[in-house]
Design a protein around this ligand. Structure first.
Ligand SMILES: [Zn+2]
Length: 301
């Protein structure tokens, strides 16, 4: 980081000199000729480009070295990724460990945080470390609100009863893409049909929720069932007189077309027979879908 700062100051000085109005072509002095032969700036840029934005010298977290500078860098990175309830300082608190474990559960595709692999510790060169460096590191964020134009709506955003509004940017992108796919494939033909209607994802800081067995890591979301009158008010099972199976089929197809969608649960025997979903107890009146992490990309520079 110091290297980048020095470069910044040098660039600022160059900028200041340029702004000084020296626009006439300078006389070719010996120094200018040498500068022309040996352009130093591109080499500096290459050096800067090789350094990941996030780097540690030693381990951080539970039972780790916890060098203050490394702890600070870790918390800065987690806050940058949306885990913004962390206090950015150089001390490892319980909340720091909890956020690291949540991050580990997300990058590993776990629906629950309590898994032995989520040990709350980041080792330089390890998988958690590489995911923290990655350009496609998971970001924690509120799920999108949706609109008629987007093909989906998020009723959880207007529901003040609970707060399962949060999840990963991977889930947000999946919901948005599924809404667009449902809109293009179905709503254009049936404009009166219900929108893809999502509700619970995860709590504001992830983790356990009394309302769900999973839903801890921003990788799962529920959808209400559509009715043939174009609404999706909740409380509709696949046995309901107004259950819109055709729209539900199109919603399931739109969800399954998304590359990160892993498992889709819903108990309608007909749609199960079609291979669109799997049965599980408690899912007569809603669709539950889960996503897997994408392949990790290179470091964010
Ligand atoms: Zn669910």
């Amino acid at each position: 980081m110091p290297r980048r700062r020095r470069k910044g100051r040098r660039a600022a000085r160059r900028g200041a000199a340029n702004r000084g109005g020296r626009r006439r072509a300078p006389r070719r002095t010996g120094a200018a000729k040498r500068a022309k032969r040996k352009p130093r700036r591109p080499r500096l840029e290459l050096l800067a480009a090789a350094a990941p934005r996030f780097a540690l010298r030693s381990s951080v977290g539970l039972g780790a070295v916890n060098d203050p500078a490394d702890v600070l860098a870790t918390k800065q990175r987690l806050v940058e990724l949306g885990f913004e309830w962390l206090v950015v300082d150089s001390t490892t608190h319980d909340e720091t460990i909890r956020a690291i474990r949540l991050f580990q559960a997300i990058k590993s595709g776990h629906q629950r945080v309590a898994h032995p692999a989520n040990d709350g510790r980041i080792d330089p060169g390890g998988d958690t470390y590489l995911w923290l460096q990655a350009a496609n590191a998971p970001r924690w964020m509120p799920m999108p609100a949706g609109s008629a134009l987007a093909g989906f709506r998020n009723v959880e955003r207007s529901d003040t009863y609970d707060q399962h509004d949060w999840g990963t940017d991977w889930l947000a992108a999946t919901v948005t893409a599924a809404g667009a796919a449902y809109r293009d494939a179905y709503l254009t033909r049936r404009p009166g049909a219900a929108l893809l209607t999502i509700n619970d994802a995860s709590l504001p800081r992830g983790g356990e929720t009394p309302d769900h067995a999973g839903h801890q890591t921003g990788l799962a979301c529920d959808c209400r069932l559509p009715r043939t009158d174009g609404t999706a008010p909740g409380g509709t099972t696949f046995r309901h007189a107004l259950f819109d199976r055709e729209a539900t089929r199109a919603m399931l197809q739109a969800l399954r077309a998304q590359k990160l969608v892993a498992r889709v649960f819903f108990n309608d025997p007909e749609l199960i027979r079609e291979g669109l979903c799997m049965p599980v107890s408690g899912h007569d009146d809603h669709i539950h879908f889960e996503i897997r992490p994408p392949a990790r990309s290179g470091a964010e520079l």
